[in-house]
Structure formats: C-alpha cells, structure tokens
Design a protein around this ligand. Structure first.
Ligand SMILES: *Cc1c(COP(=O)(O)O)cnc(C)c1O
Length: 356
C-alpha cells in the first residue's frame, strides 16, 4: 500500500555541507543534526556527513548524542546543546560520560556540576550575547573564568538572534560582544555561526560553525545561495473525480468550485505532520505542474485541483509537496511557518527512503 514518503538525498546533504564549509575557509564547519537531523534521519545523515569529513556534530539532548555516537563511531565530536542541567539529570550526565559526548554548559551551576562529576572531560560553554535564552550572562563570565582556570572549555559558543536579517544591527553587536567575551577563554574554539550567520561573513579564525537548516536546503536569509533540497515529500493520488461548478470540497465546505474541476484526493494529512494551515493555501506539484490544495487538510487526506494536470493525475501517481519543485521555504511560508517546522514535524507514518 502506497503511503506518503520522504526521499532523503544524502548526496545533496553532503553537497550543501561542502558548499557552506567553502564559505568559511578559515574556520571548521560542523553540522547540527538535532531533532532527527531536522526530520531527515539522524543516523543516516550523521554517517553521510561523517563520511564526507565532518568532525563536529551538534544535537540538543544526550539521548540524541548516544544514538549519533552509535552511528558515527568514536571519531567525531558530538556536542550536546542542553548540556548538563543543574537539576537532577544524573542519567543524561552518565550517558554523556559513557558515550564521550561533549556537553554545552549553559549556566554556572551546570558548569560546577560537570567539573565535579566528569573531571578531565571536554566541554563547551554557552555565553548569552543578547538572545536571553540559554547561556551565561556576560557578567557571569568572570566567575566562569575562575571556576575553569584548571580545566578550560574546549569550545565557547553563542547564538545569533537575527542572523537571517543581515541589516539588523543586533548581528554586529552580538559578534562584538562574543569576540570580547570569548577572548577570556583563549584555549577554547569559538563557535557563533548558524546557517544564516555564515552569510554575514567575518568568521573568527579557528571557529567551529554550526549550520543546520542550510544542510537540508532550507533557510530564509536573503544572502543565502541556492542550496539543494535534501528531502522530497511525495504522496500518492488515491482517486480522481470531475466535480461540477458550485459544489464544495472537504470539511466545513470551505472551498466552493467556481467552475467544473478535476479533483485528486491524495494520501497525506496533518496526521503525517503536514500542516493543517495549508488548507486552501498550499500546493502540490505533479509532473512539473503546480496544483492548489482546495479545502481543508484533513488527518489523512488532501484534495488538489488538478484541472491543469489532468493527464498526469491518475490514481497511484505521486504528487510532490516538498522538494526541488515544491520549495520547502515557499510551502512553509504559505503555512505561516519556516522550513524548520515543516521537516521536523513529518511524522512516523511518512516512510523514509535513503539515497546516496
Ligand atoms: C539549531 C541550532 C543551530 C542551527 O541553526 P540553523 O539556523 O538551523 O542553521 C545552531 N546553533 C544552535 C545553538 C542551535 O540551537
């Protein structure tokens, strides 16, 4: 039985990684593979990138790091953004020690906990330069320097708030603050740039970059070069029918046909993680022709007006909803969101197929 499918193009992923790495030749480019590599498959994406020479991976949780370690072996460094929390996270801490993961420590209590529990193990330190999310406040850096005098961090990082808006003055302010505070840890490698940050230029020498979305072909920076779609989401046509003008389509009868139309009902819905907000807004592509979603997206089904592609819209034909033709960020914008959310939400009912 045919069902929604995400074809994962590992070659495109690697090509995007190389492309981004080439933009920052004085620094080293890692890969952010949290949330199952943004929905692309953590183990497969990790292995493909490690095989291409990627030596720094970033995940959010210890358990993601454990799974990645099993996939990529002992060589690459696996950094865990949520690091060691000051709460009672002994399980995560033990997993990081056992599997050789590098926590990013986000506050003084977490730092003290790691230094006490895992002597002589490498770690990173996150400094908040204005996002007010994770990381030490600038006025806590002095105390962190004292605490870490014997065992300095291997990596010191911060995160841009507005990197996809290159003209925002906050970018330069954060970069300056970070350069000043990171200098307190001369043994540590600095790490600031996510995907959009890479396009701002001015990487610090010896830095480790942290692109995520660009690896997968997404991103909204106006400075971004064309990147390859690493995922193609398709779904099969179940039925096709011709419906006269004046009739309605789907729950709530939110679409009314202004003329006779050929409608294709496709096996994909919000139960697969495809956003309900794309009802009457999103589109599919069949044999190169864009066809609009008509009516609401339901749990398992979408209806398309395929009047413009009648000869191709037959039961069993596959319609693309994300990919080289149905660009991720365009579909995401129609849904009122970003590519990040579209790919990370694709659910377990979507079959994954991996291609070299
Ligand atoms: C997710 C994440 C990244 C990757 O950002 P992209 O915009 O996907 O390139 C980098 N750094 C941190 C701290 C993150 O949480």
């Amino acid at each position: 039985m045919s069902r929604p499918r995400a074809d994962i193009h590992l070659g495109a992923l690697v090509a995007n990684w190389r492309r981004l790495a080439a933009l920052a030749p004085a620094s080293e480019t890692g890969a952010v593979v949290k949330a199952d590599a943004y929905g692309h498959g953590l183990a497969e994406a990790g292995r493909a990138l490690a095989g291409a020479g990627c030596r720094h991976f970033f995940v959010a949780y210890p358990h993601e790091g454990v799974a990645l370690r099993a996939a990529v072996g002992a060589g690459p460094q696996v950094h865990v953004f949520h690091g060691t929390a000051s709460g009672d996270d002994t399980e995560g801490l033990a997993a990081m020690v056992e599997h050789g993961l590098t926590p990013v420590l986000n506050d003084l209590a977490g730092l003290a906990l790691w230094l006490g529990a895992a002597p002589a193990r490498p770690y990173g330190l996150h400094i908040d330069t204005g996002m007010n999310r994770l990381g030490l406040r600038p006025d806590e850096v002095g105390e962190a320097v004292n605490l870490t005098a014997e065992r300095p961090p291997a990596l010191v990082m911060s995160h841009y708030a507005c990197a996809d808006a290159p003209d925002d003055p906050m970018n330069a302010r954060q970069a300056e603050t970070f350069a000043r505070l990171a200098a307190a840890f001369p043994q540590a490698r600095p790490s600031l740039c996510n995907t959009a940050g890479l396009f701002l230029g001015g990487q610090m020498a010896g830095a480790v970059n942290r692109p995520g979305i660009g690896l997968y072909g997404g991103g909204t920076s106006p400075l971004q070069p064309e990147l390859e779609a690493a995922l193609t989401l398709t779904a099969p046509v179940l039925t096709v029918k011709t419906v006269p003008a004046g009739e309605s389509v789907g729950y709530g009868a939110t679409a009314r046909l202004g003329r006779e139309a050929t409608l294709a009902t496709v096996a994909l819905g919000y139960g697969d993680g495809f956003p309900r907000s794309l009802g009457n807004r999103g589109f599919g592509v069949i044999a190169g022709t864009e066809v609009p979603i008509v009516g609401r997206v339901s749990m398992d089904l979408i209806t398309l007006d395929v009047s413009a592609a009648k000869t191709f819209a037959k039961p069993g034909a596959r319609v693309e909803f994300i990919g080289a033709a149905a660009r991720l960020e365009r579909q995401a914008a129609l849904a009122g969101t970003l590519g990040y959310e579209l790919t990370t939400r694709l659910g377990p009912r979507v079959e994954r197929r991996f291609h070299p």
